[in-house]
Design a protein. Sequence first.
Length: 200
Amino acid sequence: MGGRKIRAGLVARIACRIRASVSTVQCNHQPPTSMYLTPLKLTLAGTMLALIGLTARADEAVVGKPVDIKFTAVDGRKVDLADMKGKVVLVDFWATWCGPCVAEVPNVVAAYDKLHSKGFEIVGISFDREADKEKLISFTKDKKMPWPQHFDGKFWKNEFGQKYGINSIPRMWLIDKKGNLSDLNARGGLEAKVEKLLAE
């Protein structure tokens, strides 16, 4: 046991390719492929990375406070969360290469189709690579995802991913009608959470 070692990059890649059958599966930022860790060290490293990520998010994204996200979408639309007050907004950090993200798409589309007319909006933050821009456009069209998508082609160094310490996807935030962050983990029970915020 003491001699067994796990190649962290390989483990991360395998985890990212698992087809999500439960809502807790995520794709995580891969550590360098040259990094070798024992099981205990891997656990400790993962815990420290999680704490670092939570600290970064706490500095920038605080429940009950506005979230500063403003960009020009891949289709040319101007997006500014500050202009979306009166709506409930899902901020969806995701990517077409992320299996768990793709598995969530039907749930997100269903919630959007049901609640959009009542004031529900979605803003996508894509972690796709530069070479996958056309894939993103084609994917969102095929899956009937009409909401705006932020795309800068920087993969894990995505502008808003860096700003808010996003080190695993999918990550879903809900913004209430006052324009304040309401939920940092909206992935489970999304439709019910949106309906509750719409009723406030």
